[in-house]
Ligand binder design. Structure first.
Ligand code: ASP
Length: 356
């Protein structure tokens, strides 16, 4: 086990945030950054996420040193997909029908890309994306074909294994309120109100599409926001990956930024980036590709800041990015309240729940 100087800086555990400022921008590789999703995060779940990021970062760093960037990114994301605390794999946010549909994507600096979208019953979509990257001539696979590939590689799990109690409770509570609002009755529901700022047409859509309404009612009768990502540099090449259950209450079939190269993930010889947040905004702004370009121009730390300044002029974006520039310097930025991220190099590990 390598000896690391372990530091946790976050508002829950207390810490010396300022002491670490001089570290920002320093070049150290191999280096790995992982995030557990930008968003609101409840007070109970955030410390658990930070603890898990600590463990995952340390294990993944060993993989980075032995196997290189691609395997380390896959390993880190797989670990987060298995946990119930993140919106990926088990623990994914449920769609409007209370089901899990997963997206994931991976890219390396030598131009290899693999992604899967809207897959069901797959615990590790990131591994499926890696199979697409390494073994097919394609970039993005969806639906039945992707699931057939998953089945042939033993990656299918029973669907209940992917639905956490937390995700189910959240869904039941929001859908109950949706059904009230469709009837015109509105009560206080902070979670649904927040979701309606992201999907402002949702109630109208359900009202106007009665077959959706019937399906939701049926599912509800049966009682049945955070992506994960990692970027790594092993001294020779970069890799970037992202995995998600997508945005809570999304209309089934909706695909966000996470499996879209240049939006939710990107890697080139100039660096690597993984994004999280409002997928539609991330896609419209090509966030990860631009983040790497901005970092080349302004440096990692300044680049991500400048990117968000510019993008915010185009639209109101709720998102976060983790980034490594061509020299292995890092940048983290977010416009959400929290963004649990771990950065690990040979010298140290830094874990924080917010960065701006
Ligand atoms: N970016 C993801 C999506 O829009 C959601 C997230 O980051 O939580 O599907």
């Amino acid at each position: 086990m390598i000896k690391l100087n372990f530091l946790i800086f976050n508002s829950f555990l207390g810490g010396q945030r300022d002491a670490e400022v001089s570290f920002i921008g320093a070049t150290m590789y191999p280096i790995l950054i992982l995030h557990g999703g930008a968003g609101k995060w409840s007070g109970k779940r955030l410390p658990i996420a930070l603890d898990q990021l600590n463990e995952i970062a340390r294990d993944s760093f060993l993989i980075l040193k032995t196997n290189g960037a691609l395997d380390a990114v896959e390993y880190a994301i797989k670990y987060m997909e298995k946990s119930e605390i993140f919106n990926a794999g088990r623990g994914a946010a449920l769609n409007l029908f209370g089901e899990v549909e997963l997206d994931a994507g991976l890219m390396t600096s030598d131009g290899k890309v693999g992604a899967v979208a809207s897959v069901r019953n797959v615990m590790h979509p990131i591994t499926l994306a890696k199979i697409v990257l390494q073994e097919t001539d394609h970039v993005l696979m969806v639906g039945e074909g992707a699931e057939f590939l998953a089945k042939s590689r033993g990656l299918i799990v029973p669907k209940d294994e992917l639905i956490s109690d937390y995700a189910k409770k959240r869904w039941e509570s929001a859908v109950k309120e949706i059904l009230q609002r469709v009837k015109g009755k509105i009560t206080k529901h902070p979670l649904l109100d927040y979701m309606l700022t992201i999907f402002p047409h949702l109630i109208e859509f359900i009202k106007n599409n009665t077959s959706f309404l019937e399906h939701i009612k049926e599912k509800y009768g049966m009682r049945v926001s955070d992506t994960v990502g990692a970027v790594a540099y092993d001294g020779k090449s970069f890799a970037a990956g992202s995995s998600t259950g997508g945005i809570f209450l999304k209309i089934p079939g909706r695909v966000g930024d996470t499996p879209i190269m240049g939006a939710g993930f990107f890697a080139s010889k100039d660096g690597a980036c993984s994004a999280t947040g409002h997928g539609e905004a991330i896609m419209k702004t090509f966030l990860c590709k631009r983040a790497v370009e901005y970092a080349k121009k302004y440096g990692a730390e300044e680049g991500v800041k400048k990117l968000f300044e510019d993008v915010s002029k185009e639209l109101n974006i709720r998102a976060g990015v983790i980034l490594l520039d061509e020299e292995g310097n890092w940048g983290v930025y977010h416009t959400t309240k929290y963004f649990p991220v771990a950065i690990i190099s040979e010298e140290r590990i830094i874990i924080k729940d917010h960065w701006v």
